[in-house]
Design a protein around this ligand. Structure first.
Ligand code: CA
Ligand code: CA
Length: 315
């Protein structure tokens, strides 16, 4: 199951730019509801220095407990993000600052998009700007991966230069909770809360955050490929095996079982006919344009529905 679902997660991430900047928010991600972050655009706070020991409205605390006045609200904004942003200034003597958000309740069986804009005051050879989140369980204790950490990043050491750059990451349920690990884009199964991190760590420079968002995603409605690529057309048996593995994860009374059984029976029938035409390789026959596109596309659809069902655990 882990291997199968890993392939699912790779596909959307390749197109959703988990770790590199793009100029505009991705319009293909269907979002549900409003931004869950209060004052993620820093418009609720007047421009000027944030008093030492304080943080802008909606945020919980300075990330490193600093009382050194490293935060301020600048009169600048990312495209479409109002008139203010958060400025963080760190120095060699005091190299880490930023903000942590409050505990936000999340559902680990749902999909979310975390995003934000970052720029620096000038070009730097390296940067310490990080946008991410820390995961917490129902008791608000940090969720630890085996021998590892409870925090993960949309982007770490973001170094966009002096121009605003947009970063986003699709967060999906951990497809394999039993392995004791979760990737940067995975929501740990035991997570019930998160705290947003917009931090500047171990650096010497000035950077800006704006337009910080966390929103639910209608993952099942995300655009999916309607037509299999040539590799998959030539590997229909692999597609079949993937569907067979997925259907094992679905409760027996779900109507996906009937649909899948009919589809696999049809594919098996075509296979048998192809074998009887002994002179033609099975896969060529299967890919015959007049014979099987509808079947292949329906298998593709069913695979997507199964993956979505399994990943979101029927939600
Ligand atoms: Ca703003
Ligand atoms: Ca896992």
């Amino acid at each position: 199951m882990a291997r199968t679902l890993a392939s699912l997660i790779v596909v959307p991430l390749l197109t959703l730019t988990a770790l590199h900047a793009q100029q505009t928010p991705d319009p293909t991600v269907p979002l549900i509801g409003e931004n869950l972050i209060v004052n993620g655009s820093f418009e609720l706070t007047p421009a000027g220095p944030v008093p030492p020991g304080e943080v802008p409205e909606g945020w919980a605390n300075e990330a490193y407990g600093g009382r050194d006045g490293q935060l301020s609200i600048a009169e600048d904004a990312a495209p479409g993000e109002g008139k203010h942003c958060l400025q963080v200034t760190v120095t060699a003597e005091n190299p880490s600052s930023g903000v942590h958000g409050p505990f936000m309740e999340i559902d680990p069986t749902q999909a979310y998009l975390q995003s934000g804009w970052i720029r620096l005051d000038r070009e730097y050879p390296r940067s310490g700007m990080n946008l991410g989140r820390q995961w917490f369980d129902a008791e608000q204790q940090s969720v630890e991966e085996e021998q590892s950490r409870s925090y993960t990043y949309v982007v770490s050491s973001a170094n966009p230069g002096a121009e605003w750059a947009y970063y986003q990451q699709l967060l999906l349920p951990d497809p394999d909770p039993a392995d004791g690990k979760f990737s940067h884009n995975e929501i740990p199964s035991t997570a019930r809360f998160l705290r947003i991190w917009a931090i500047t760590y171990n650096w010497d420079g000035t950077g800006y955050f704006d337009g910080l968002r966390l929103q639910r995603v209608d993952y099942a409605a995300m655009a999916r490929p309607k037509i299999l690529d040539a590799f998959e057309q030539a590997n229909v048996e692999a597609l079949r095996a993937e569907i067979e593995a997925l259907i094992d994860e679905v409760p027996a009374d779900h109507d996906l079982h009937l649909r899948t059984a009919d589809l696999l029976a049809e594919q098996a029938r075509i296979n048998r006919e192809a074998l009887q035409e002994a002179e033609r390789p099975v896969n060529d026959w299967i890919a015959d344009e007049n014979r099987t596109p509808a079947l292949l596309n329906e298998m593709n659809d069913v695979r997507w529905e199964l993956k979505t069902f399994v990943l979101l655990r029927g939600a």
